[in-house]
Ligand binder design. Sequence first.
Ligand code: 5AD
Ligand code: SF4
Length: 491
Amino acid sequence: MEKNIELKMIDKKQVPDTEPDRQYYYMEIAKEYIRQLSELKGEPLTFHVSTFGCQMNARDSEKLVGILEQIGYVEKDTEDADFVIYNTCTVRENANNKVYGRLGYLNGFQKKNPFMMIGLCGCMMQEPVVVEKIKQSYRFVNLIFGTHNIYKFAELITTAIESSFTGNSHKKGSSMTIDIWKDTDKIVEDLPIERKYTFKSGVNIMFGCNNFCSYCIVPYVRGRERSREAKDIVREIEKLAADGVVEVMLLGQNVNSYGKNLEPQISFAQLLQEVEKIEGIERIRFMTSHPKDLSDELIDVMKHSKKICKHLHLPLQSGSSRILKIMNRRYTKEQYLELVDKIREAVPDISLTTDIIVGFPGETEEDFEETMDVVRKVGYDSAFTFIYSKRTGTPAAAMEDQVPEDVIKQRFDRLLKEVQTIAARKAEVYTGTTQKVLVETVNEQDEHLVTGRLSNNSVVHLPGNADMIGKIVDVRLNECKGFYYIGEKVS
Ligand code: 5AD
Ligand code: SF4
């Protein structure tokens, strides 16, 4: 990108060294740069954040949006914006390939727009080989940062603007700002966040993961487990409630080990009880639960709670105790099934969902049948099924006995069919009953309909209008259409 846009570098006399003050200081500087750039362009500068992957990334993107809006960028739906950020995922290999493909396409926009900057962040950037590849082959990227220093975004964007638009930085490909940390124990509170929805919000309760399941790259890219202080979480949710939020989703790679590194220790179940007390919050969800850490205390809290939703995502990964051991999951098939029984006994109408990996190294037909057996015995309301993907650096990537592609494909199809058949049967159970629905959006296909969710996360469409968004209404579920209901409001 040839640039002939010239900004004058702003003096930074008294940069605070404590957070979040330091970031607020940089936001002011970035704001001034954006003001000048907008003036040069003759219109407000726009941004677009594309999010790949999980809820954790979705929440991180809201933090990026909060700061971008604070410094004067205006959001745009499409990628022909003045600042495009890809918040990447690297859980499976094809996620990486998708990003490389789309970067080429972004470069096309950048060639036409001298104001355009491209940023990359998220899990994929924590992999040194990825950053090397971008440095070599995608020189037009302006800013790269990782998962641990996202709180520093205001500072990083200031540096990226300065190295792209001030001094003698116009030389093509000379302006890449890179800041990746291997790990951190830092949690910075009180930075601006722009929520995607007015009535529901994700809330991080912990970061990182210590489990090292042998196929999984998350512990390497998200670092060691660290929990936020309960008082900070409660304060954030109180603020959200005051702002009209009725549903929160507590987020962590493994919420069941929340609080273990806090002084004094607090359990996830205890945290839930604190959140339950917050006035205005009507629904509490959480994700993700590791079966090995799901306590009796938590089951008891779920049983007695009025606000915790009747939905539990409980990743199985495999139904074979032998494979589970090699996966380092630290539970057996039998223990998993016992846990499911215990949960169902306490909360009979709970909806259970799961994640399953097909084709883990060494998976035999017998192992796969064990997985099918668990699927049938549990009867999941829905399941995310994944083809095993080799992630460099994880123990499983070095294992011999990778399963041939055609065998995996065939098992995957069988599993998917089973999962879908059971899910369709499960979905019907509420037909004819009246249930509480949180209305989330106007239906995309039909503006006379709105779409919402039951406590168990099932989708419901019903006649309505935008005024109903964010409200919990009683809905009679007239008909089940496979994976969603058609209903009508009863007053
Ligand atoms: N291959 C396939 N699926 C994976 N997952 C995590 N790592 C891999 C991998 N290497 C799946 C797991 C996890 C979900 C988020 O992604 O099922 O629960
Ligand atoms: Fe990955 Fe296992 Fe941690 Fe989940 S619990 S993030 S699968 S290592």
